[in-house]
Design a protein around this ligand. Sequence first.
Ligand code: FAD
Ligand code: N01
Length: 542
Amino acid sequence: MADTASGAAYDAIIVGAGFSGLYMLHRLRAQGLTARIYEAASGVGGTWYWNRYPGARVDIESLEYSYSFSPELDAEWKWSERYATQPELMAYLNHVADRFDLRRDIQLDTRVTSARFDERSNRWTVATDRGEAVTARYCIMATGCLSVANEVAFPGADRFQGETYRTSRWPHEGVDFTGKRVAVIGTGSSAIQSIPLIAEQAAQVTVFQRTPNFSVPAHNGPIPEAVLEDWKRNRAKYRQEARDAGFAIRMVDGQETLAFDATAEQRQAEYERRWGIGGFALMGAYGDLIVDRAANETASEFVREKIRSIVKDPATAEKLSPRSFPMGTKRLCIDTGYYATFNRDNVSLVDLRAEPLEAIEPTGVRTADHLYEADAIVYAIGFDAMTGALGRIDIRGRGGVTLKDAWAEGPRTYLGLMIAGFPNLFIVTGPGSPSVLCNMAVAIEQHVDFISDCIAWMGERQAGTIEATPAAQDAWVAHVNEVADTTLYPQANSWYMGANVPGKPRVFMPYIGGFPAYRDRCAEVAANGYEGCEIRSAASVS
Ligand code: FAD
Ligand code: N01
């Protein structure tokens, strides 16, 4: 790991050593630039460093959720399962750090606290919680869309006498729940992945559900050799097919046919076929599932019927059946045995809509109706998504304007990559880009490539600063909203909307125009000399 470097000057500072930061560092170094990563964690890996709860694994098949920039890396890495586990992802990302000799420019255990743009030198000063301050021409925020856990704000939580865990800050040594009564709060992807495994170990599991989620089986297992061989032979083609797919996931196999162009029997057969494939394939069945409520309802009801067929107790099945939002407008959960877990004698479900959670008591969780005693509480309550990490850094652009003020009514970016008034600052998978609606591995690579190419372009012209114009940013924000409003997404109280954090502005944050259209727009912007950006000369650069 790199030593501290207070006072040093770099071409670029990168904040975060997850999927984004690692590739960003690799690209910039290959361009001959000096760059340094600051990472708050004690290791690389980002999401996969922090989220170590039982059952943590990808929801996109690993052959697709991996870097594609290096055919050699692809050829030498062999995924063991369709959906890799967190330990395997950590092994992969550590391998990437070693293989590309990245560690010497990564400083771990260091949180960036502020980033301020100095208009005289046209440089960013980046300060850390270790008291260092360094400067850089470019500041790149690879801070992650889902890296800041939501606060545990339940009254009495600090008085609980048992053990307390967060899925997103799970102890590295693991947890043994044998013989324990465990309360799990939340039923998002993290809970849905972990509950079946916690239930296998614990004496009793009580799941506290505020909103039921749609979950589809992963049908996980080893990747057959024939599939690996086929992938090897067709790797470049398949990677391109993923980049050309709406959600940048090849295996979704998205169709343009509309749901009501098929008969009820045909739809049922198609949904069954896709349920059999598992994962996000179900969302690709018809082209209008995310834009037409009635079409969506046919798929939603298909999943509810599956829940009824799996869960033996009809009352529990009904509680588990989502009805308050269209399927897919919150990220679909991909599970292994989630619904069947509710057939176990040691698992019960509490519907917090019927009996709201009032407080955490020293001995358990109290709802309006009951005190549920517990030896351990697992909080699986999600993230301050997309803006949380950026909002916790004191970022100041031209005129000392803070990002907090610039984003007071919700995030505003140009292409999810740049912010007007914040020169030479880039965000990897920022709000306003497809990011979390996609295969993030593909979205990240596209952003890193865009940023690296932009920096190279600036270098060739010896230009000083680049920043989005307010007009281009306004137009992009309007476009992001316009496209979102043609879909069902804004109908859900999702973290995409900021709805899961009290007081957060309600804005649909990712771009839902599809990955290929977005990528093409970025390419067009670059080809037109970074259209929509103001480029100033290097005259004043020190
Ligand atoms: P992250 O991996 O979040 O890394 C950001 C890093 O920045 C973190 O390590 C954080 O500590 C660091 N950081 C933040 N702020 C600071 C600061 N101020 N100073 C220093 N360091 C800082 N996406 C998919 O496409 N498919 C999946 O299957 C999938 N599974 C997921 C499973 C879980 C449990 C979660 C939470 C997310 C999942 N995602 C998935 C989304 C996932 O976040 C991305 O795929 C990807 O890992 C993001 O990489 P990143 O480098 O951009 O961000
Ligand atoms: O978080 P979430 P997550 N009282 O926000 C509940 C990715 N990911 O960590 O729906 C009671 O989805 C909340 O209830 P409600 C993926 O992108 C992927 O599970 O707001 N309950 C919800 O049930 C995912 O979307 C994988 O009503 C409260 C839950 O907590 C994203 O990360 C695995 C509450 C939070 O669910 C986030 O997933 C894990 C309160 N006060 C994560 N506050 C894969 O499968 C919140 N909740 C690859």
